[in-house]
Design a protein. Sequence first.
Length: 102
Amino acid sequence: MPTDINTSQHGNQLTISVSGRFDFSILQQFRDAYSTDAVGNISAIQIDLSKTEHMDSSGMGLLLSMKKDLALDAGAVSLVKCRPHVKDALLAARMDNLFRIE
C-alpha cells in the first residue's frame, strides 16, 4: 500500500494524516507537510495515525526531527487516533515523554 500524507490547517494548528507506512521512505513527503514555507506560522501539530499501517524507529525519528526543526514544546505535538499496535510501539519507545499520545 502506498503511503499518503494529507495536511490541513485550522488557524495555528496543523493536522498531518499519514496513511500506509510511517518510515524512512516518506522522509521528504513528511518534511514537506510541515514546512514553514507551506503552512506558515504554526504552534500546534496533530499527527493523525488512524490509517497508519506500520511505524518503525525511523518513523519515530521523523517525528523527533519535526519537533526539533519546528522547536515545539512537548505539549504542542499530539499523536492522535493511533492504531493499537502503533500506540504500543510508541509507548515501548517512551515517546509519551516527548509527545501527547491520544
